[in-house]
Design a protein around this ligand. Structure first.
Ligand code: GLN
Length: 211
């Protein structure tokens, strides 16, 4: 469906098996996209991109398997943008540590992710991150207020085409992009700053290579 200026409005799905999919849908609607919940393989049809929300990666993986979504999600991610936030980043990765035995991963992004990486005493925290990719051309980006909830960290990026988008002050990687795939340890859907969702939309039009 085109917008008022005649530009096609992207249709973005949000995997709605478990977790905070409603917040992603609200953010997508705020920035003028069509957002749709995805629960079954047929729901992927006609989507331009997909978000896998935060929640519990073991549950999301288990339900995705039960609903026969694993292979359709892999095929989708080979061709179209997927963004995993927190639990979604774990599920998107090729390699994850501290996972539950048999926990399914989509194996799409060349990342090693460490689940539940920030010890108990700091289960949740909020921090201003410097994310140059969010800057408008020729400008510096305002800090991005990032919410971490029992978050994973990205232990390593394992291919040359993976770009690190954000690090904590100690160097820990918390956001990365590989072509049209995006992973964040934190939850950009939990504040009213929609720049990360805008950035994800830009990947739909980018010339990202399919690998
Ligand atoms: N600890 C959760 C997991 O392992 C992720 C938490 C989150 O998504 N906020 O899946």
């Amino acid at each position: 469906m085109p917008d008022a200026a005649g530009k096609p409005v992207p249709v973005v799905g949000v995997l709605a098996l478990q977790g905070d999919f409603a917040e992603h849908i609200a953010a997508l609607r705020r920035i003028g996209t069509q957002a749709r919940e995805v629960r079954l393989p047929a729901d992927l049809e006609g989507l331009d991109a997909l978000i896998i929300p935060g929640g519990e990666s073991t549950t999301i993986g288990k339900l995705a398997k039960e609903y026969a979504l694993i292979e359709p999600l892999r095929a989708f991610g080979a061709a179209k943008p997927i963004w995993g936030t927190c639990a979604g980043a774990i599920f998107l990765s090729k390699d994850a540590t501290r996972t539950k035995e048999g926990q399914p991963l989509l194996g799409l992004m060349d990342l090693t992710v460490q689940r539940n990486a920030f010890g108990r005493q700091v289960d949740s925290f909020e921090i201003a991150l410097d994310i140059p990719a969010l800057a408008a051309p020729g400008e510096e980006a305002e800090p991005f207020d990032a919410v971490f909830i029992r978050a994973p960290l990205i232990e390593s990026v394992n291919a040359e085409d993976v770009e690190v988008l954000a690090r904590l002050e100690d160097g820990t990687i918390v956001a990365a992009r590989q072509g049209h795939l995006l992973a964040t340890s934190f939850h950009p859907e939990l504040n009213q700053d929609d720049r990360f969702h805008q950035y994800f939309l830009s990947l739909i039009e980018s010339k990202a290579t399919v690998h």
